[in-house]
Design a protein around this ligand. Structure first.
Ligand SMILES: [Zn+2]
Length: 450
């Protein structure tokens, strides 16, 4: 049976709003990190353009995607991604892998190539090898980092070990003094498919009521991308090992930015909504769940997908006014919990791909997730309690991160309380001493007179 939204106690309402505000405050940490990431991106592109060893990567160009631009990264505001578009001389063809309902593909050239991409093909001289692309991307980034200079005192970049299922080469900026990671950047190569979406996604996202039919048509007219990611299962066939996953992150970014029923939502101060705050809260809860319950299969993409489904149903802006934050968050969370209970969370673009199917989210992990969500809900979300964020070493003056944000603007904070009481006791002491001195002076005067 579908779970209904439980009643929201004043304590829970306060916690959700307090946490939402705390997460919003952290967004300002990004500016310093963004400066470093933009420099890294510019210099990496220059390195790739000039490199002699691997001409195929000379023509890559950046695609703007990722949470840096979406502004919804949570606990660590210092995780970024840079997607790099690979150029191919020939048109591409693709074939969906049977078991994955339109999420994973083999990608091939329509004609044999004499260009540089030929070094990244399989034996049939047509199929593009995702593993060869990833390996070379990793090598190039490693070479780039060896010669890359960061201004003194801002840390040292290191390349993470390759993750077999990840489409990214991950770089970490490490504090030179204590070796802690200050921030990380994922570099993701991608193939662009300009000529129409694959069959499984052709209907496009269900945004007609929410963003309008015109917007859906505009989305579908855009290219899609394939990223070198293979399915996360054991015993993959050779074909599966060389597969690519479809990516819509450029459109997801656009949906997050222009998220209102009226497209002007949140562009001006007087038209504000709580949609992004709800997503931040959900992601924050996920990060807590992953850490506490060791839920390695849960990722922020589950949250984003549930969020888009929620937005496409609850489409009117009037349902998302800032005052309704707690209700909206609980609605989103209950919908997600219902999805987990039913083991059904369709990909927002590839409807037949279920992110909770046992092949991609093992049953045992899903059981842990459902009981964890229930436990959190029943106990008033202890994982949403305000925690101090990790220190950001490169930021010499990070903005103050309050442990507890006062609920009402009129509430006097403990710090002010202390100052006020110190001030009062000082005045009291001063007056008392003055009175004693006055009494003594009067006493002395009388004594002298006598
Ligand atoms: Zn809005």
């Amino acid at each position: 049976m579908a779970l209904d939204i439980p009643s929201i106690t004043p304590e829970l309402d306060r916690l959700i709003r307090q946490r939402g505000r705390d997460l919003r405050l952290r967004q300002v940490d990004k500016q310093q990190a963004a400066r470093l990431v933009n420099k890294l991106k510019t210099d990496l592109l220059k390195f790739l353009k000039d490199n002699q060893e691997q001409p195929f990567f000379r023509d890559v160009s950046p695609i703007t995607t990722g949470s840096y631009f979406e502004l919804v990264k949570i606990i660590k505001p210092n995780e970024f991604d840079i997607m790099l578009k690979l150029q191919t001389s020939s048109r591409l063809t693709w074939k969906a892998l049977e078991k994955y309902n339109g999420a994973f593909y083999t990608v091939s050239l329509q004609r044999p190539a004499r260009s540089e991409i030929r070094h990244f093909l399989l034996e049939d001289e047509r199929t593009i090898s995702s593993s060869k692309i990833m390996k070379e991307m990793h090598n190039l980034v490693q070479r780039f980092i060896k010669s890359y200079q960061v201004p003194a005192g801002e840390g040292r970049w290191v390349v993470h070990r390759r993750q077999i299922n990840s489409p990214a080469v991950t770089l970490g900026l490490v504090n030179e003094d204590d070796g802690t990671e200050i921030m990380s950047v994922d570099i993701v190569p991608a193939l662009e498919v300009p000529q129409g979406w694959p069959e499984a996604a052709r209907a496009g996202p269900d945004v007609d009521k929410w963003l309008g039919k015109n917007t859906r048509r505009k989305f579908v007219a855009q290219p899609v991308y394939f990223v070198p990611k293979r399915p996360k299962q054991r015993n993959l066939s050779d074909v599966e090992k060389e597969s690519w996953r479809i990516s819509f992150s450029h459109i997801e970014k656009e949906m997050l930015r222009f998220h209102g029923n009226r497209r002007t939502c949140c562009e001006r101060n007087e038209i504000r909504c709580c949609r992004k705050e709800c997503l931040r809260l959900l992601k924050c809860l996920f990060e807590g769940l992953k850490e506490r319950y060791k839920l390695e299969h849960l990722c922020s993409y589950h949250g984003k997908t549930a969020f888009f489904h929620n937005l496409s149903v609850r489409c009117e802006d009037s349902l998302w006014t800032p005052g309704q934050l707690s209700h909206c968050f609980m609605r989103l969370l209950c919908d997600f919990e219902n999805s987990a209970n039913k083991a059904l969370l369709p990909h927002f673009f590839v409807r037949n791909y279920n992110l909770f199917s046992p092949s991609v989210f093992p049953k045992r992990s899903l059981m842990v997730l459902t009981s964890a969500l229930k436990e959190q809900r029943e106990e008033g979300f202890p994982l949403l309690q305000v925690r101090r964020p990790p220190a950001i070493g490169y930021n010499p003056a990070p903005p103050a991160q309050p442990q507890e944000v006062p609920e009402e603007p009129n509430t006097v904070t403990p710090k002010n309380d202390t100052v006020t009481s110190q001030h009062s006791s000082f005045t009291f002491t001063y007056v008392t001493v003055a009175c004693i001195m006055l009494f003594m002076a009067v006493g002395c005067a009388l004594y002298v007179k006598i």
